[in-house]
Design a protein around this ligand. Sequence first.
Ligand code: IVH
Length: 661
Amino acid sequence: MEDIKKRIDLLKSNLKKWEYEYYGLDNPSVSDFEYDQALKELIELEKKYPEFLTIDSPSQRVGGVISNKFEKVKHSFPMLSLSNAFNKESIQKFIDDIKKINNKANEFFVEPKIDGLSISLIYENGILIRGVTRGDGETGEDVTTNVKTIKSIPLEIPYKNNIEVRGEVFLDKKTFEKINLESDKKFANARNAAAGTLRNLDSSIVAKRNLKAIIYNIPNPEEHNLFKHSDVIDFLRKNNFMIAKESELCFGFDGVSKKIDWFYKYRQEIEYDIDGIVIKLNDLTLYDEIGYTSKFPKWAIAYKFPAEIVESKLLDIKITVGRTGKINYIANIEPVLLNNTIVSNATLHNYEYIKEKDIKIGDYVSLFKAGEIIPKIIKPILEKRRDVIEFNKPTNCPYCNSKLFKEKDEIDLYCLNEKCDARIIESIIHFCSRQAMNIEGISKSIIKKLYDENIIKIYWDLYELKNKKELIISKDLNIKYKSFNNLINGIEKSRTNSLERLIFALGIRHVGEVASKQLALKFKSLNNIINVSINELLKIDDIGDKMAISISNFFNENNFNKHLEKINKYQINTSFINEFNDIEIKQENTKYKNRIVLITGSFSISRNEIKKILTDLYGCKCVSSISKKVDLVIAGKNYTQSKVEQAKSLNIEIVYDEFWN
Ligand code: IVH
């Protein structure tokens, strides 16, 4: 028995070493055959002696577990995305803005922007215990069994403190081509194939696809005594992670600019698709001070290469109607490869654009992608023009046939018929969307089918679906018992959403996600908002005349009573839900309002949660280094002595309590 355990341990440690040599060092010392033989032997031994099977065993790499769904997991730190720069001037501005805050900041880490999917990996005592997808940035899905099949992700690392690392899962170009050749289902690009694979419920399929992962981030580096991004990368390398070997530390704008040119020149030679370059300030201790916009950090930016321009044939122009009635023009083109993706649709803005550019059906056209998912048509290639058909300006809605309307001074055409099927379907899709009521288990196609079958006629009807199980399943809607239950769960859950989601979901003209959140935060309940005057609305940041009038009209129209009836009938929550409900926050406490705060030491909840409370609820700016600008220092257990001493010498107020007490 002792011998068997020894043999298993040896196989495990050899396999782990070989995986690291192959993926981490790019320098294998054994052949694939030798690796496969050892893995086979290990699997057989573990089958015979299951008492020796451990969660970090390389045998987990072959998968086998079939899940029925992935559990939702809340990220301990939000997974952020990056703002984009499309030219070097924006990079210069990015650097200048940082220098305005700290003149000495001059080192930038320049990395490839891997076109894959972000992943968060959690290690406890050096053992990989969880892998979670990005999801919406706040909550992701637990894909641990799939992640364990990715050989470039170590199952065990030398560092034994609990740690979370983040990076990108991808398929390299060669593997992608192979998969697309072999499988019936063709993916548009390597990223889609990787996404489909990572979320596959059968982990043995994932194991066969040979995903890889490059790691580039630790969300709380300072807690692991890492103060530079280059140190983070060294740390990751030493802990057997695959890192992007093309990355480089660069100095000032000139250094960054040279490296950008280098990446542009050699991008085809990199083994995976990249969709740009990421530039990160190397000094992590300045991150808090440099801060964040509502969506992105200001200490990093993604540089996108100049747009690729390709040609294709314009087969047709289709008209669609949005939920506000706006008419959109979609070009159907012959499928063409653009920025690593096969595209068959492109946007044409509006009729004036089509006319001005003299675009005709049957033309060869040039197109490009400018950051958006759907590409744009630039112009027709007149030299190639043969048989073409003029595209005529629409006069009537293609769905309800009502006369289209154009506001004075506006370019776009609108269908004003509120009963237009296309508009209603779009409004239901919007209501269910991730940013609005976030109804899981529903899709655009289900919504369309339910609408076409007369089962739903307005988004409120969704809340009646639970009583129509037999009817829905009996119709040929491709909704089975299980998906029906998921659908109902998703719908029921949405009744308890916080107010801002409901406001956004109602589809009030001009009111986006940010304004919805501000309204909810300020007025706390739908009832309060209904009676608010335009003047009061205008006092809110970001709410201008147009929006204020639109909000006021929406709530004062007769139609709104019908909405209100449904909201009451289906008991949909109409109050703002404070995410931090378990912590009693004294809102009237003005001590924290709009101040620059430094937090040091530890508290009963994580520092990140405290920061979120301070920024979201009190409008504070949280910084990590002491300066005259700081208004308040909050010192928890084991606070950094020097920070508190400096605060004292600068006469900065210090709060020693847990601040919400
Ligand atoms: S850093 C706050 N570095 O790009 C820092 N992201 O648009 C967050 N990505 O969601 C990301 N390569 O999925 C970073 N070298 C890299 C990256 C990278 C690819 C992805 C990542 C992120 C998205 C941001």
